[in-house]
Structures are given as C-alpha cells and as structure tokens.
Design a protein. Structure first.
Length: 85
C-alpha cells in the first residue's frame, strides 16, 4: 500500500481563528483538527442524544458552521474545510 495516498489528510493546514478557538492554533493536519473537534463536542456534550449524527453547535461552533445551530457529521466536515487553508 502506498503511504503517500494519505499525505493530503496528514499535511499540516492553517486553521482559521474561529476554528482555533475549538481545536487550538495550527498548522495541524486535518486528522488532528477532526480529532480536536470531537474532543470539544464530547467535552461540551454537543452531540444530539436522539440522533448521534447531529451536532448541536454552541456559540464557538456556530462561527465554524456558518451560523447553523445543528449540522450532521457529513456537513460538519464540509463546513470545517472552509476554515482550513
């Protein structure tokens, strides 16, 4: 298996100031950003208990989620990408 296939996922990326509030200052690989997001979500109990795929955003996450108060996991990935460069 070619190890380079995963390099885009592991490449350190710049983190927007809004996202840095949640995951810390970059640069960091996308995998670390996602890990940090989940730590934050679990720590603040933001996963919807009735539908685990949904994340209920607090004020910090709303800034990352484009003002949305609830997003699903797939949408979250897309919205977070806008905060990485």
């Amino acid at each position: 298996m070619d190890k380079k296939s995963n390099s885009a996922f592991m490449k350190p990326m710049n983190v927007s100031s809004e996202l840095a509030v949640i995951v810390g200052k970059g640069p960091m690989p996308r995998s670390e950003v996602v890990k940090g997001l989940w730590v934050y979500i679990k720590k603040n109990n933001l996963q919807d208990p009735n539908n685990k795929r949904n994340i209920n955003a607090d004020e910090n996450l709303k800034k990352v989620f484009g003002g949305k108060s609830t997003v699903n996991m797939f949408e979250m990935t897309k919205l977070v990408s806008k905060h990485l460069s």
